[in-house]
Design a protein around this ligand. Structure first.
Ligand code: CP
Length: 340
């Protein structure tokens, strides 16, 4: 894949060597993301961050990643802050904003909208989530986390055993992650969801066509017994036609410490793209897991900065120049990244 100048819209763009390239560059971003070094490689560059749906991690970590590379961020959040609310098209918005930015990160509630915007953009566009379609940078940071967690246990991504749990129909993170896993070998995937929220059939077919072993289930406890990773997801209530419909599924699959202790292997890694729904009616990952060392959810969020820094340096073609524009940090940085 030619990264320089490319949009990052779908996992379908990636071959395995491209993923390895992103991960190698992400590894090299650690001194900057972990506040030991400062680089100004993107001094003068501007990121247009356009988030037309709520976001904490993706929006802020794209912005932090760009700032950590020395660039500046201009944010538009919500349709009401944009002239789209006055009827402006995605085409016109893209033509305008790509004159103000060097790269754009975008989230939008409609499937395919980020690709439509990118087709009119004069600068690279990174998909931060388009409806229930894809979330490619989340899948990359998830796989980067899986690789790191397994490596600490002497394992590789090939022959991974993973259970994906929750709303697999509308959850764009699991759609992109499944597509990414198709680049690897011999994976066992257990898809745990209510029948109505099953993984789309075309994605199940892609997994099977890649030679992976796929089992669909409605039972949490028997599905998490022999896996390396439990990847839990939230019921995507914003994709349902009513709250009452979402309420039918909320809280159906709850993982807590006692279920983990009874049913999981001792080193099973717990992941979630976040936000987890911590309301009493949901709690797909209970707070009593917070002290479980195998809970990797905040390692995932930290890794998101590394992966998004890597993507920016690759699409702006500065991956080899980062260290030339660097110095040590001046301020007290504490030990918040120790042990990562
Ligand atoms: N994982 C994720 O996309 O989180 P946000 O919705 O907070 O960006």
């Amino acid at each position: 894949m030619q990264f320089a100048g490319s949009h990052i819209l779908s996992i379908a763009q990636f071959e395995r060597p491209d993923v390895e390239r992103v991960f190698a560059v992400a590894d090299s971003m650690e001194p900057y993301a972990h506040r030991r070094r400062v680089t100004k490689v993107l001094d003068g560059a501007i990121l247009g961050a356009m988030f037309f749906e709520p976001s904490t991690r993706t929006r802020v970590s794209f912005g932090s990643a760009f700032n950590l590379l020395g660039g500046e961020v201009r944010e538009t959040t919500g349709f009401e802050q944009s002239a789209i609310a006055k009827g402006e098209s995605l085409y016109d918005t893209a033509r305008v904003l790509s004159g103000y930015s060097d790269v754009i990160a975008m989230r939008h509630p409609q499937e395919g909208s980020v690709a439509e915007f990118a087709a009119a953009s004069r600068v690279p566009v990174l998909n931060g989530g388009d409806g229930s379609n894809e979330h490619p940078t989340q899948a990359l940071l998830d796989l980067y986390t899986i690789r790191k967690e397994l490596s600490a246990r002497g394992r590789d991504v090939d022959r991974l055993r993973i259970a994906m749990v929750g709303d697999l129909r509308f959850g764009r993170t699991v759609h992109s992650l499944c597509k990414l896993l198709c680049l690897f070998q011999g994976i066992q995937v257990v898809l745990v969801s209510p029948v109505e929220l099953r993984m789309p059939g075309d994605i199940v077919e892609q997994l099977r066509a890649a030679g992976h072993d796929v089992l669909e289930s409605e039972a949490l406890e028997s599905s998490i017994r022999h896996v390396d990773i439990v990847y839990s997801t939230r019921i995507q209530e914003e994709r349902f036609s009513s709250q009452q419909e979402a309420d039918l599924y909320r809280g159906r699959f709850r993982l807590n410490q006692s279920i983990y202790t009874e049913h999981c292997e001792p080193n099973t890694v717990i992941m979630h793209p976040l936000p987890r729904d911590s309301r009493v009616t949901a709690r797909e990952l209970d707070d009593d897991l917070n002290d479980n060392p195998n809970l990797a959810i905040f390692r995932q969020t930290d890794n998101g900065v590394l992966v998004r820094m890597a993507l920016f340096t690759l699409v702006l073609d500065v991956a080899e120049q980062v260290h030339r524009h660097a110095r040590d940090v001046n301020w007290y940085t504490g030990g918040r990244f120790d042990g990562l």
